[in-house]
Design a protein around this ligand. Structure first.
Ligand SMILES: Nc1ncnc2c1ncn2[C@@H]1O[C@H](COP(=O)(O)OP(=O)(O)OP(=O)(O)O)[C@@H](O)[C@H]1O
Length: 332
């Protein structure tokens, strides 16, 4: 009688990346003394997440990414990528991660197909397992497969870099400033592409100076400042951290001053008919604001509300030492 062979479940790591007590001190050069770039950080990147790493210039983002990529040696602490310790099994750890660097470094005389084939060779991917055509199609470059890389636009080159980082099918993909310097339209295309990769199962870690990019694209956000992690949590919980909302009302008559009925709130009168009332949603309700306006005998003609965004939280957590810009602007 045949016995059923127990099927062993595929073992997936609890988290995509686990960083514990990670420290990096760069040796001093010339007059400059040693630089402590990472101060014993702990960081967990959940499996399947679309994770943003934010921080002002010099915070330590590139240092962290370069350690993950095996390009910079850590001074202390441990790093596991897809469950593999980078010290114990460096090759296996490196095979679990694909890094798209900021600079578009590629040989201009090779074609996208050749670039992907070379990269696959570098990672020892056997010919029959290569997915060159599939990857070119995935990044929308099938029709450029045999064109010289120098003839590609900046956006095409960036997409080719993403394909290049994926030739060895790493479960973790790191994108360093993926949309730096690209126009708004292309940025949206790249975002869509990153979402698609994430839906297809890749854990994506990206660094960005565009706070809007992190807010729109990512589900988990870490902020580092001066080599330390100052926040690492789900975007929704991070956004709830700043407990402040504003309600802006246009009222039916001119006022000389903020009505006394609004004494329990922080209120301004920027124009005779425009009242701005700030409140803390955790302990105050918008009904109370509206009731206080009604109690002053005013009718509301129009009303809008404003909520704190990632920029407020970023500035609060990094000490505002940094001129962040929202919208399409850069935070650097
Ligand atoms: N090779 C190096 N030698 C000495 N110091 C370095 C070296 N690389 C980085 N640093 C320093 O380490 C700190 C962290 O730098 P890092 O490049 O990791 O920051 P970052 O967050 O990536 O900044 P940016 O947003 O400007 O890219 C900075 O003070 C930087 O000057």
């Amino acid at each position: 009688m045949a016995h059923a062979v127990p099927v062993s479940p595929i073992r997936l790591p609890a988290s995509a990346v686990e960083v514990r007590g990670l420290t990096k001190t760069y040796a001093g050069t010339g007059k400059a003394g040693p630089k402590l770039a990472l101060k014993g950080i702990d960081l967990t990147i959940p499996r399947g997440s679309l994770f943003a790493l934010l921080g002002p210039n010099g915070a330590g983002k590139s240092t962290l990414i370069n350690i993950l990529a095996g390009l910079v040696n850590k001074s202390a602490g441990s790093v596991a990528i897809w469950g593999t310790d980078i010290d114990e099994h460096p090759r296996q750890a490196r095979a679990s991660i694909g890094v798209v660097p900021q600079e578009l470094n590629m040989d201009p005389f090779f074609t996208p197909r050749e670039i992907l084939e070379l990269q696959a060779g570098l990672y020892g991917v056997p010919k029959r397992e290569r997915r060159t055509d599939e990857l070119l199609a995935a990044v929308g470059l099938s029709d450029k497969a045999d064109a010289h890389a120098r003839s590609l636009s900046g956006g095409m080159k960036r997409r080719l870099m993403v394909a290049k980082a994926m030739v060895h099918s790493p479960p973790v993909l790191v994108l360093d400033e993926p949309t730096a310097g690209v126009d708004v339209e292309l940025r949206h295309l790249l975002w869509e592409h990153v979402r698609m990769l994430n839906r297809a199962g890749s854990t994506v870690l990206l660094t960005t100076h565009y706070l809007q990019e992190a807010e729109e694209l990512c589900d988990t956000i870490a902020i580092i400042n001066h080599g330390a992690v100052v926040a690492c949590e789900a975007k929704s919980s991070l956004l709830r951290r700043v407990d402040a909302k504003a309600v802006i009302m246009l009222v039916d008559r001119d006022l000389d001053a903020v009505p006394a009925t609004l004494a329990g709130f922080t209120a301004d009168l920027p124009e005779p008919r425009r009242l701005v009332v700030r409140y803390q949603p955790s302990r105050q309700r918008i009904d109370a604001v509206l009731a206080a306006v009604a109690a002053a005998g005013l009718s509301i003609v129009d009303l809008t509300t404003e909520q704190s965004d990632l920029e407020d939280i970023f500035l609060q957590l990094t000490g505002g030492a940094h001129a962040a810009a929202s919208g399409t602007g850069a935070a650097a």
